[in-house]
Design a protein around this ligand. Structure first.
Ligand SMILES: NC(=O)c1ccc[n+]([C@@H]2O[C@H](COP(=O)([O-])OP(=O)(O)OC[C@H]3O[C@@H](n4cnc5c(N)ncnc54)[C@H](O)[C@@H]3O)[C@@H](O)[C@H]2O)c1
Length: 337
C-alpha cells in the first residue's frame, strides 16, 4: 500500500513555508514537500522533504510509485521579475513544470477513480491594463476582464489557469469513456506580504521591502512612483485562501479561477503605514521605468465577490490589523530579537 500524502511543491518559498507550517499545525501529518532548495532547519519536522526539480520526470515517476498523492498545492514557480530576465527558464518551470504535475494528477485521478485536488496560485500578473487611464477607469477587475498580461510570468499564469481548467473539465473529452478528471482550483493572489520572509523576484516586492528595510534601520528607495496602486494581502490570509478553497464542497464552486484580495494601497499609502510603525524610516521613490510599466499594467484592485459568495472567502487582516497585529510585531521580533 502506498502512503497517502498531500504534496506541496515550492515549499521553501514564502508561501510554501507559511503553508506547510499551517497545514502541519492543523494536523495534516502526511505532508510530502518538494523544492530545488532544502527546507530551513526549523521547518524540517513538518514534512518528508525531497530536494529536487519539478521538471525531473524520473523524480515524479518515483513519487507516484512510492506515494498516493491526494492533493497537490503547487507553489513552485519563477516569479515576475526573475521570469522577465530568464523567460525561457520561466516558461519551463511555470508552464512545463505545471503541465507535468497536471498530467501526474490526471493519471492518479484516473487510477484512483477519485479526483486528485490540484490547488494553483495565480496572480494579478494575469491581467494587463493597457494604460493608466484604463486602470483608473476600471479599478476593481473581475476574473475574465483585461486578461492581456505583458510579462512572461503573467502569460505563464494565465495559460496554466486555462490548462488546469481544461484538465478539470475537458481532459480527453473525445475518449469513448471519459476518465475521472482531476479537481483543479485556483486563486489569483494580489501582492503578498510576509513578516517572516523577505520577498525576492516579484514586482510587488517594493511594499514588503519598505517594511523589512525600515525594521532594520536601512534606507530604502522604492522602484515605483508614489501613486502606484495595486492590491495586497498579508501572508496568513493567503494561506487561509488556499486552505478554504481546498475545503470548499465542489458543488459550491461556480468557477475554477477565483480572485481573492484584502486591501488596495498606493505606494505612498504603504509608506505612510510603515512610517506609523517606524517614524524614522528613510523611504524614497526612485522609479525604475521598466518595472514601473509592469506594475502599471496590474489592476488597482480585484473584485473577489465570487470567492466571497461561493466559498465564504473573507480576509482576516485588513490594513490596520495586517500592520498592527501581524507585520510590525513579527518583523520587530525578527530583527530586534
Ligand atoms: N509572493 C507573492 O506576492 C505572490 C503573488 C501571487 C502569486 N504568487 C504565487 O504563489 C506561489 C508561491 O510564491 P512565493 O512567493 O512563495 O515564491 P518564492 O519564489 O518565494 O518560492 C517559489 C519556490 O519554488 C521553488 N522552485 C522554483 N523552481 C523550482 C523547480 N524547478 N523545482 C522545484 N522547486 C522550484 C523555489 O526554490 C522557491 O522555493 C508561486 O506560484 C507564485 O507565482 C505569489
Amino acid at each position: 500500500m502506498r502512503k497517502k500524502v498531500t504534496l506541496i511543491t515550492g515549499v521553501s518559498g514564502e508561501v510554501g513555508l507559511a503553508l506547510v507550517k499551517n497545514l502541519s499545525e492543523l494536523g495534516y501529518s502526511n505532508l510530502l514537500t518538494l523544492d530545488i532548495r532544502p527546507l530551513p532547519p526549523e521547518y524540517t519536522n513538518y514534512s518528508s522533504h525531497i530536494q529536487g526539480d519539478i521538471l525531473d520526470k524520473s523524480l515524479l515517476n518515483r513519487l507516484v510509485s512510492e506515494y498516493e498523492i491526494i492533493t497537490i498545492f503547487h507553489m513552485a514557480a519563477l516569479l515576475s521579475t526573475r521570469a522577465e530576465f530568464t523567460p525561457v527558464a520561466a516558461h519551463q518551470v511555470n508552464v512545463e513544470g505545471t503541465m507535468g504535475l497536471l498530467q501526474l494528477a490526471a493519471e492518479q485521478s484516473e487510477w484512483r477513480g477519485d479526483p486528485v485536488m490540484f490547488i494553483f496560485p495565480s496572480s494579478i500578473a494575469a491581467y494587463g491594463m493597457p494604460d493608466l487611464e484604463t486602470k483608473s477607469k476600471f479599478p476593481k477587475v473581475r476574473e475574465w476582464e483585461w486578461n492581456y498580461p505583458i510579462t512572461m510570468y503573467g502569460c505563464n499564469k494565465l495559460y496554466c489557469e486555462m490548462l488546469g481548467t481544461y484538465f478539470n473539465e475537458y481532459y480527453r473529452q473525445l475518449a469513448a469513456e471519459r476518465p475521472q478528471t482531476l479537481d483543479f482550483r485556483c486563486v489569483r493572489f494580489p501582492g503578498l506580504i510576509s513578516a517572516f520572509t523577505v520577498p525576492s523576484g516579484g514586482t510587488s516586492d517594493y511594499g514588503p521591502e519598505m517594511l523589512h528595510a525600515a525594521a532594520q534601520g536601512e534606507a530604502y528607495a522604492a522602484f515605483v512612483r508614489p501613486d502606484t496602486q495595486i492590491p495586497f494581502m498579508a501572508m496568513p490570509d493567503a494561506v487561509t485562501a488556499l486552505l478554504d478553497l481546498s475545503q470548499a464542497p465542489k458543488q459550491a464552486l461556480s468557477r475554477t479561477v477565483y480572485n481573492v484580495t484584502s486591501y488596495s494601497l498606493t505606494a505612498e499609502q504603504f509608506r505612510q503605514q510603515v512610517l506609523m510603525a517606524f517614524p524614522d524610516a528613510e523611504i524614497n521613490f526612485e522609479p525604475d521605468l521598466k518595472r514601473q510599466q509592469i506594475v502599471d499594467s496590474w489592476p488597482a484592485d480585484l473584485n473577489d465577490n465570487d470567492a466571497r459568495r461561493d466559498w465564504d472567502w473573507k480576509p482576516d487582516y485588513d490594513i490596520e490589523r495586517s500592520f498592527s497585529e501581524y507585520l510590525v510585531p513579527n518583523i520587530l521580533k525578527r530583527y530586534q530579537g
